[in-house]
Design a protein around this ligand. Sequence first.
Ligand SMILES: Cc1ncc(COP(=O)(O)O)c(C=O)c1O
Length: 469
Amino acid sequence: MTPEEFRAQAHRLVDWMADYMAEVERFPVRAQTRPGEIASALPQAPPEAGERMETVFADFERIVLPGMTHWQHPRFFAYFPANSSPPSVLAEMLTAALGAQCMLWQTSPAATEMETRMLEWLGQAIGLPAGFSGVIQDSASSAILCALLTARERATGGAANEQGLAGAGVAPVVYTSDQAHSATEKGAKIAGYGRNHVRLIETGGDFAMKPDALDAAIRADRAAGLRPACIVASMGTTGVGAVDRLDGIGAVARAHDVFFHVDAAWAGSALICEEHRWMLRGVETADSLVFNPHKWLLTNFDCSAHFVRDPDALVRTLSILPAYLQSREGGSVIDYRDWSVPLGRRFRALKLWFVLRSYGLAGLRELVRRHIALAAWLEGEIAADPDFELVAPRSLALLNFRYAPAGADALDELNERLLHALNDEGRIYLTQNIVRGNYAIRISIGQTSTERIHVEQAWEAVKTAAARL
Ligand SMILES: Cc1ncc(COP(=O)(O)O)c(C=O)c1O
């Protein structure tokens, strides 16, 4: 494709993108396809001869679009949001056009220095105290893995990297709550801790990790000859949005000299609003923290802001320097390849720059506050309806509820049927949860264009579908 052909095609596609953003509501939120349907529409083998872009694009509309779940739909209430915005998409187009690998300062000085500055901006934006350095990871899971690896090296004095855990003769243990995201368990498998060395610490009535239970578990492991290595606290669990108290957990981490990571993947974005900064109390005791602007700060996937107190420890853990990666500036500049697992890195800071400058912190605060106010409105509706009940307190813009009409039994099955009926209808998309053993319907508000009308429509859809069961 020549640059001139590209120009023509790109104009068409940008028009399509703008229309999509404006009209995404006309699609069913969750893809209504059956497994295998899309695959069967794709040829078994690649084309021998190149095809015209018009043909490829027509197939995109015909085959791909019907098989998409529309995450940018204003009635997307499933999982957590992965919201995006026009400035972010514009920056991504530039990133793709530049096509730079930003692994070393030398391979892209602007990307490196922009990343450092953007993470400084974000740290200020969420009220993080001084003393943290930032890096952009592809996901919160990667940041957790980095924390687990750094903690493993700290616990073994660097021996695990050299000799493996067997050679180091240490069995490190990781602690997180029984509500925490599975990314910690997955990271523990990858980092060699082993699943049996993941302790899921008991939570209280507020679903937050109990510091005294954490303390007891660490003592028991020490007594058994194991090496407590890492604590992962949650700021906003995936299920109910529980917030572990960083001060209480940090005190235990300090007392036992254990690495302390904070997983704020979703809720961290709310820290841009002063009124939610209480969640940060005690963060000065943390070794690292991650939150995802790609969830709730209008920056399209992928963009996880990972802050570390001791970047040298992270670099020591991950650094490896073959001849072909050496550069004249090495040591005097940041080479972000040493801060994350993959070598290759995209220019992700550019979209943060576009988003932060386009909306300003005030614009982003307004967005987060709007979503939280919508969730608070819905909370009131659910609480006031005798046929429904909240099964956990609202956390920011996240609710868990169930249909529980008087006299009904088998509520788990009833609510599962309700959820499937709603998602099959396609007007809204919600996901399920199990809260203290009970099936619950989870509604998470956070898409870019979600307004009061969409939440009202969702509540109407829930009540109508329930009445039909
Ligand atoms: C609390 C929490 N931690 C970690 C993750 C994993 O995030 P990522 O997809 O960025 O790895 C999620 C995903 O929703 C999450 O909710």
